[in-house]
Design a protein around this ligand. Sequence first.
Ligand code: DAH
Length: 342
Amino acid sequence: MKARLEQIREKAISQITGCESAEKLNEVRVAILGKKGELTNLLKSMKDVAPEERPKVGQMVNEARAEIEKVLEEHKTRMEKVLREARMKAEVIDVTLPAKRAQLGHRHPNTIALEEVERIFVGMGYEVVEGSEVEKDYYNFEALNIPADHPAKDEQDTFYVVSETGDILLRTQTSGVQVHEMEKGRLPIRMIAPGRVFRSDEVDATHSPCFYQIEGLVVDKNITFADLKGTLAEFARALFGEDTKVKFRPHHFPFTEPSAEVDVSCFKCGGKGCRFCKGSGWIEILGCGMVHPHVLEVSGIDPEEYTGFAFGIGLERIALLKYEIDDMRLLYENDIRFLRQF
Ligand code: DAH
């Protein structure tokens, strides 16, 4: 029995000190000291020991148990220390290393151009109004004198939203905001309405199925074409510089009469003609006109008493011109290396 005890003790100590993980150590502890462990089993066979020997053998077993437990505890502490040191070594932080910089975004050229346009018109007493991107056919077309058979309504141009009535669409222009504003019945009106518009166009250097317009509308008593000219000339000078000249070319829009397109003198060559203005010395920037009496009328405004003017600006066009960008696609890719330049 004594020899067996010695054998268990030695085996236990060598096994314990050979352990390299807490799980393994626990396995060894159970195999020796557990309910069915070797030492526990040995204790159970005390009944075979002669009665007078039992106290002595019992003491020996208890001593061996105490020693094994002590070794176990010590090894556990030692092992934890080694593991902790290894972990600290692995997780060491070099506080002198430069930190990773968070990538900062940048304002988009469209945003910068829009803020500039808003600043100019707000300075002239205009209100900035927001319209809805999903619109009824009535506001996008019909109220603006664009009847059902008008080519602009061709399904190739307009994205329709599937609906029971079939008259819901993604607005193709911001001009519908004019009608909404007039329907509110609060006069006079002096507003601009920037926003996204949608057309079923292929993407290329000058087209996109989604782009931005800025609508403008003024309705009051005694508004004339002279007010329109003065306002837009002032706008062009504020945006492109004091020396900018403005030209009004007759044009047609269904919802204005008379209508015009506005060109500004090329700010690159001053009007002499260059690559930028394609040799003409002029660059087109917007469409405009006097609000058609019928549009005023269907929107609840008496055209005998009130008159107004409207204009529509393509925001991308302004951004491309101002920052001399030659491909519209660059505006939609949102490559931060491109955006950072503005
Ligand atoms: N809605 C027109 C377009 O998308 C632009 C426009 C032209 C708006 C003349 C106007 C305007 O308010 O008076 O082509």
